[in-house]
Write a protein that binds this ligand. Structure first.
Ligand code: SAM
Length: 521
C-alpha cells in the first residue's frame, strides 16, 4: 500500500520537475508558486483547531497546483472525517500529473478555470476552503476584469477596483462556495492590508464574514522564499460578524504560536487604512501629534526612464565632449552614498568622489543638432537602442527632458532592508549641493514656515537632519510597507504621515536657541 508520506515525497519531486519545465515569466503570469509542505501542514493544523471537533469535512482548494494543501489535509484529518475534497486547476501542466498522483484518493480534481464555475446546490458547498490563490497582477487580467468584477460583486458584495490582483477575485468568488459557518484560510499577499484596492477586500472581511485571525510572517524569518515572506494567512468564518467583534492579529513565529499578537476591534479596523500596523503597534491615537507633513512636502525623486542612458559620470561627459550645461548633478543611489551630509564643491556639485550627472535637456531636437552636435549623436544612439521608446520617455513632450523637480536640502532613502537588530531601513541625508535625486530617494521640501526659519538660522538644517535621523525605525516602519526579502518601501504619502515629535521639540523651546513659532497642525 502506498502511504501518504510516499505520495507526498512524489508530489514534491513532481512539483520541482514541473516548475523547472516552465520559465519564471510563465509562472508569474499564472501565479504558480507552491506552498511549502511545512506551511501547508501548519495551516491545516490551525484549521483543525478552529473547526468543530467532530463532523464531516468538505474541502475545497480553488487553485490546486499539485495539491500541497490536500496532502496536508490527509495528514492532519483522519480519512473518516473527509467527506469530499475538490480541487480546481486551470493548467493541465500541473493538473494532469496531480490527478494521476492522487487517483487513489477521494480527490475530485477539475481541470477548469475556477473563476468560470458556479456551485449548483447547497449540498455541494464546502465547510473548509484553503487556498494559496494565483498572485497575478491586474495588468495580466486584461479582457477579464469586467466579468470578474461583476462576479465578485454578485458573489461577495465585493466592489473590486480595476487595480485588484487575481487573488482578490478568488477570495470573492469563493464566497458562494462556502457553507454557512464554514471556515476559510487564505494565504495571500499582505499588500491588501494597506493599499487602496484592498479596501474592498477589507470591507468584505469586516461586513460579510466573521474575520477570525490575520497572521503575518516575519520577513526576517528565513524559512520562506521571497514570494511568501510578505504574505498573510487570513482566517474567517462564513457568518455575519457580531456587533463588537474583535479580530486577532498575529505576527512572526507560526499561526498557532506567534511571536506577537493583539486583538483589534472591528470598529478600529473599519477606519484604519493600514492594517499591517497590527499587532506590533497600538491603535492610532487621534491626538494631533505632529507629522512630517506639518513641516515638509514629500515628493518622489525623478524617474529618468533609463538611468543607464541618462545618468553619466563626469568622465563619460568629458570624453564624449557633451555639454555639461545640459546636465544636472544627481546623487548616486543610496547604496553608494555612505555619508549623511553632502557638501558642495565650487560649482555647487556634490563634493564626492564619483560625481554623476543626469541629462536634462529642454531643447528641441533640431536645436540640439545645431547647438550641440555631440549631444545630438548621443541622443541618436538612444533612439537606436530603444531608449526613446521606453514607457516614461515616450510619454514625455521631449523624451530626453526630465520632469521638473527642484533640488532640496533633505532627502530620504526610499527602500531598504532592516535586519534582526532592528537597523533602520531608511536614512535622511542633508544635501548642500545642487544635486537632485532619482526615485530611490524621497525628497523633503521644507514648507514655507520652516523655510523661513531655516533662512533666519541656517544652522537649523543640521538640527533638522539630526532630528530626522533620530526618528525610530519602528515609527518609520509603521507607515511604510514590507516587501519580499525584508525590503521596506515608503511612498511619499507614507513618509508624510510619520510622527515628527523630534522635529517639533526643536521648536518647543527645548534648546533655548532656536526660534519658536513654527506652526504645526
Ligand atoms: C499559488 S499556486 C498554489 C498551488 C497549490 N495550491 C499550492 O499551494 O502549492 C496557484 C495555482 O492556481 C492555478 N490557477 C491560476 N489561475 C487559475 C484559475 N483561473 N483557475 C484555477 N486555477 C488557477 C495556477 O496554475 C497554480 O497552480
Amino acid at each position: 500500500m502506498t502511504t501518504l508520506k510516499h505520495i507526498e515525497n512524489q508530489r514534491q519531486e513532481l512539483q520541482v520537475k514541473l516548475d523547472d519545465l516552465k520559465t519564471q515569466g510563465e509562472r508569474n503570469v499564472m501565479g504558480q508558486y507552491s506552498t511549502p509542505i511545512a506551511l501547508a501542514n501548519d495551516i491545516l493544523t490551525h484549521a483543525k483547531n478552529i473547526m468543530p471537533k467532530s463532523g464531516k469535512i468538505r474541502f475545497l482548494d480553488p487553485a490546486f497546483g499539485t495539491g500541497s494543501f490536500f496532502s496536508a489535509l490527509n495528514n492532519i484529518f483522519p480519512s473518516s472525517r473527509i467527506e469530499a475534497a475538490t480541487g480546481y486547476e486551470i493548467d493541465e501542466h500541473y493538473g494532469k500529473p496531480a490527478s494521476q498522483l492522487w487517483s487513489k484518493t477521494k480527490l475530485n480534481i477539475q481541470l477548469k478555470d475556477f473563476t468560470k464555475q458556479t456551485p449548483l446546490l447547497e449540498d455541494e458547498k464546502y465547510n473548509l476552503i484553503i487556498c494559496n490563490p494565483p498572485y497575478v497582477r491586474h495588468h495580466h487580467l486584461k479582457g477579464q476584469k469586467e466579468r470578474l468584477q461583476a462576479k465578485a460583486l454578485a458573489s461577495a458584495n465585493m466592489n473590486l477596483s480595476a487595480l485588484s490582483g487575481l487573488y482578490c477575485y478568488f477570495l470573492a468568488l469563493s464566497h458562494t462556495w462556502m457553507k454557512k459557518n464554514g471556515i476559510a484560510g487564505w494565504l495571500i499577499p499582505s499588500e491588501f492590508m494597506d493599499v487602496n484596492y484592498g479596501r474592498a477586500v477589507k470591507n468584505y472581511l469586516l461586513n460579510e464574514v466573521t474575520l477570525l485571525q490575520v497572521h503575518r510572517f516575519d520577513p526576517n524569518d528565513a524559512q520562506f522564499e521571497d514570494a511568501l515572506v510578505s504574505s498573510a494567512v487570513v482566517w474567517f468564518k462564513n457568518k455575519k460578524p457580531s456587533k463588537n467583534h474583535k479580530v486577532k492579529f498575529t505576527f512572526g513565529g507560526t499561526i498557532d504560536n506567534p511571536m506577537h499578537e493583539k486583538e483589534v476591534s472591528s470598529h478600529v479596523l473599519a477606519t484604519e487604512n493600514k492594517w499591517t500596523r497590527f499587532p506590533l503597534s497600538d491603535e492610532r491615537q487621534v491626538n494631533g501629534e505632529p507629522k512630517l507633513s506639518d513641516f515638509f512636502s514629500v515628493k518622489r525623486g525623478i524617474a529618468t526612464g533609463d538611468n543607464k542612458f541618462f545618468v553619466l559620470t563626469r568622465e563619460e561627459i568629458e570624453s564624449r565632449s557633451l555639454p555639461i550645461g545640459q546636465f544636472r548633478p544627481i546623487l548616486p543611489s543610496p547604496r553608494y552614498l555612505k555619508i549623511t551630509e553632502v557638501k558642495a564643491d565650487e560649482n555647487g556639485f556634490p563634493d564626492i568622489e564619483n560625481q554623476l550627472f543626469v541629462l536634462d535637456c529642454k531643447l528641441p531636437f533640431d536645436e540640439v543638432k545645431r547647438l550641440h552636435p555631440e549631444l545630438y549623436s548621443y541622443l541618436e544612439e538612444g533612439i537606436q537602442s530603444g531608449v526613446s521608446e521606453r514607457y516614461l520617455c515616450k510619454h514625455r513632450k521631449i523624451w530626453y527632458a526630465q520632469e521638473k523637480r527642484l533640488e532640496s536640502q533633505f532627502y530620504c532613502t526610499y527602500i531598504g532592508r532592516s535586519d534582526k537588530e532592528g537597523k533602520k531601513p531608511f536614512r535622511f541625508v542633508l544635501n548642500r549641493s545642487n544635486a537632485i535625486v532619482a526615485n530611490s530617494y524621497l525628497i523633503l521640501y521644507p514648507k514655507p514656515e520652516l523655510e523661513k526659519e531655516i533662512y533666519k538660522a541656517p544652522e537649523l538644517n543640521e538640527r533638522l537632519l539630526e532630528a530626522l535621523n533620530s526618528i525610530t525605525g519602528k515609527a518609520m516602519l509603521d507607515e511604510g510597507r514590507v516587501y519580499g526579502g525584508g525590503m521596506h518601501k515608503m511612498e511619499p504619502k507614507e513618509l508624510a504621515n510619520v510622527p515628527a515629535t523630534e522635529i517639533q521639540k526643536l521648536f518647543d523651546g527645548g534648546s533655548g536657541q532656536l526660534p519658536t513659532g513654527v506652526c504645526v497642525a
